[in-house]
Ligand binder design. Structure first.
Ligand SMILES: [Zn+2]
Length: 106
C-alpha cells in the first residue's frame, strides 16, 4: 500500500508545528487588552473553544505521524490525497468521506 515517506511525514510535522505556534500566538493577541464594560465573556469562550479544537486537531495529527497513521482516512482507511494534506494538514478524512460526514452533520 502506498504510504507517505519519512520526508513527507517530517514535512507535515513541520507544517503542523508552525500552525500550532501561529494559533498559540494569535490566541494570545486576541485576549482583550482593556475591557470597556461590554460583556466579552461569551465571545471569549467561543473563541477559546475554536482555538482549543484546532490545537486538539493538530495534536491528534502529530500523534498520528508518530504512530505512522497520519494521512490515512479515519473512515475508509484509504490514503488522503497529498494536495488535501498540504491544504489542511490536520485532515483526518479523505475528501469523499469528509463530504459524506458534512452531509450527515448539517
Ligand atoms: Zn475516506
Amino acid at each position: 500500500m502506498f504510504y507517505l515517506t519519512e520526508e513527507q511525514l517530517t514535512h507535515f510535522r513541520e507544517i503542523l508545528e508552525k500552525q500550532e505556534a501561529t494559533i498559540r500566538f494569535k490566541s494570545r493577541l486576541t485576549v482583550p487588552a482593556e475591557p470597556d464594560g461590554c460583556d466579552v465573556t461569551e465571545v471569549d469562550n467561543a473563541l477559546g473553544d475554536k482555538v482549543f479544537a484546532e490545537l486538539a486537531d493538530i495534536e491528534a495529527a502529530k500523534l498520528r505521524i508518530s504512530q505512522r497513521q497520519y494521512g490515512l482516512c479515519s473512515d475508509c482507511g484509504c490514503t488522503i490525497a497529498e494536495a488535501r494534506l498540504e491544504a489542511y494538514p490536520s485532515a483526518k478524512r479523505c475528501t469523499p468521506c469528509q463530504r459524506l460526514h458534512e452531509q450527515h452533520h448539517q
